[in-house]
Ligand binder design. Structure first.
Ligand SMILES: Nc1ncnc2c1ncn2[C@@H]1O[C@H](COP(=O)(O)OP(=O)(O)OP(=O)(O)O)[C@@H](O)[C@H]1O
Length: 267
């Protein structure tokens, strides 16, 4: 089912949990972000799209502090990340979870041990509690309990994504970053993963920042979409705003054959 549209009044009332202003990121002489501005509101699922190689992952990594910026500010939970102490930074990092494109599980650790990695880093809990919490997360993402003792190499692609999601949720984050969560999944697996994200977002009140190429995800789970082009946001808003955009890339993406199929599926 498509999600109900957000009205302009709703938008004004919402709190930006991530605020990116005039961001400039470059590698050597090449600028990837050219004074980019973007707000992500509390409790929304924001889909972030754009042509391949334009910098969707780079923006995600810049917000996470994994690539340096040249100019601009990034605020998370109202805090300017340049102005906070290392301790406050660590506290903010505890409040977000990240699912990287390839899952990025530790191959020598079982699913349970992978899920426990952030818990061991940030929490001081008994082994029993660590096990109980890990099983809770594993169950939450729809994996069977016996997946807990499996290594990543023993899992299907869909199970790896779920295990990585369980790890991203291990510290009960408020923001979830997802980098192409449905890539590599078949359409049914991708649809199930979308449903899982929507359910978790609703039940846990998460804010989700999702880089995706998946039109089905954009139609069915995203509240708003932001499109990246030439280092800036070229269109943003609910799907209706994308459909009304006259930017050539946005038009061809959202009015193409694949988009029409996704629209029909979501209706
Ligand atoms: N650490 C780095 N050093 C140099 N160049 C980089 C680095 N990281 C990314 N880039 C370049 O930045 C550009 C944007 O990369 P990015 O992975 O963000 O694209 P994307 O929009 O996520 O693409 P895709 O949709 O294919 O995943 C690419 O040209 C990439 O080669």
């Amino acid at each position: 089912m498509p999600r109900p549209p957000i009205t302009p009044q709703d938008e004004r009332d919402r709190e930006a949990v991530i605020r990116v202003q005039d961001l400039v990121v470059g590698f050597g002489e090449r600028l990837i972000m050219k004074k980019l501005n973007l707000d992500v509101y509390r409790g929304e699922i924001l889909g972030f799209v754009g042509p391949s190689g334009q910098g969707k992952s780079v923006l995600t990594r810049a917000i996470l502090g994994l690539v340096p910026k040249r100019e601009g500010t990034i605020e998370v939970f109202g805090e300017n990340l340049d102005e906070i102490s290392p301790q406050s930074r660590q506290e903010i990092e505890r409040r977000w979870g990240v699912l990287f494109q390839q899952g990025a599980l530790f191959s020598a650790l079982t699913v349970r041990q992978n899920v426990q990695v952030p818990m061991r880093e940030y929490l001081n809990l008994s082994e029993r509690l660590l096990d109980e919490l890990a099983m809770l997360k594993i169950e939450m993402v729809g994996l069977k309990p016996d997946a807990a003792d499996k290594l990543p190499s023993e899992l299907s692609g869909g199970m790896i994504k779920r295990a990585a999601l369980a790890r991203a949720l291990s510290l009960d984050p408020e923001i979830l970053f997802l980098d192409e969560p449905t890539s590599g999944l078949d359409p049914i697996g991708a649809g199930e993963f979308d449903d899982l994200i929507a359910t978790l977002q609703r039940t846990l009140g998460l804010t989700v920042f999702m880089v995706t190429h998946d039109l089905d995800s954009l139609y069915t789970v995203c509240d708003r979409i932001a499109a990246l082009g030439d280092g800036r946001i070229i269109a943003q808003g609910p799907i209706e705003a994308m459909l009304a955009s006259d930017d050539p890339w946005v038009r061809s993406y959202f009015h193409g054959k694949r988009a029409r199929a996704a629209m029909a599926g979501a209706a």
